[in-house]
Design a protein around this ligand. Sequence first.
Ligand code: FAD
Ligand code: SF4
Length: 402
Amino acid sequence: MSGSNPSLLPHERARPLTKGSTYPAKELCSQCGLCDSRWVAYVRNACAFLNQQFDGMEARVHGRSRDLNNEDELYFGVQQRMLTARLKAPLAGAQWTGIVSRLGVRALETGLVDAVLCVQQSEHDRFTPVPVLARTPEQVLAARVNKPTLSPNLEVLEQLPGSGIKRLLAIGVGCQIQALRAVEATLPLEQLYVLGLPCVDNVSRDGLQTFLESTVSSPETVVHYEFMQDFRIHFRHSDGREETVPFFGLDTPKLKDVFAPSCLSCFDYTNAGADLVVGYMGATFGRQWITVRNDRGAQLLALVEDELDTAPVSSKGDRRAAVQQGIDAYDKAVRLPMWLARLVGCVVNAVGPKGLEYGRFSIDSHFTRNALWLRRHHPKIAERQIPEFARRIVARYRLPAL
Ligand code: FAD
Ligand code: SF4
């Protein structure tokens, strides 16, 4: 990692690494890929799990940090605009309607960027991620659909020097984007655009296997799944069959250990450092949810807006009692029999939170769980790792004793 010429920048002095040789976040590492590139030289400052720095990142990237007295910003981050949408012509094989892939294609077709950082899949395993710098629309389309496992997106930074890529669109989840933003000024780029995905509860490839085996009828045929706003997980099998499992029917005792420790210590659910975020959690069932954080985000959305059926965000219900009950049930690792889980699921879906209130339900549930996990398992770093916005949200609930 060190060289002899002091006039060079740290990443210019760094030698390419042997993959996996060092991950300073240790157990909390999300395998974001930074340490598999020469930008490992900045890891102590850049790693989302060693140096949480939301305020500085938001101020640098968006021109200001989030307004903690504004409920929408407290929950969903700095924003110019939120809306819901779906592609009028949905993209076959995409995770939802394919807004993300279509945006990547348009960014290349219009010459906005030279390449798109996205995640294709291994030819041997549909769930093993293979990050790439896509140079053609076909390569972007080959990256459609989630690989629901930790993905080393930033390892492809290693390919930037000498590639001729000067303008890049990076697609990624929060921990990847936090590290990317921290090294942005040192990248050999003229312009970086960031299209963020919300993300929680990611898993290693082995963890995914445990999850599928404990949840679904035939794990080997699953090609797609998503936790959806109707409080059910929707699985699609290779023969086109759909299977749904209510959240409340999950094998909590077994699954408590499945989520990656990085994801149990993360509060960047809504991807604070992205220019534009495309998820589903703040939209009603079947639609995608979009947050424009700054002018670059608006520029990205403009690439596809006339191809979208859009609607304003909406919000219905009151999440708070359900979140509090969920905190206690999760802590006791309660597992409901499936008939009861389906019944509870139907009731909650009929009267429960919708739209932005569903997004807040999910954020509250994950932030309280993660704050408790950190305070129990990593008490020395817990308070430094929990950002102020998450602290305020967690303080609204009664947590079990440490
Ligand atoms: P597509 O057009 O199908 O494109 C999917 C894009 O995802 C591709 O460009 C690909 O590069 C990228 N990608 C795939 N796997 C990964 C990965 N492992 N890491 C980084 N990038 C990847 N949204 C929510 O609202 N709430 C959630 O809790 C939530 N959790 C998520 C967890 C994970 C691990 C991922 C990858 C995404 C999550 N999302 C979540 C985002 C959501 O599932 C959709 O990806 C998003 O709405 C875009 O849908 P689309 O049809 O436009 O995407
Ligand atoms: Fe390195 Fe990324 Fe792991 Fe942090 S999360 S140790 S930056 S690979």
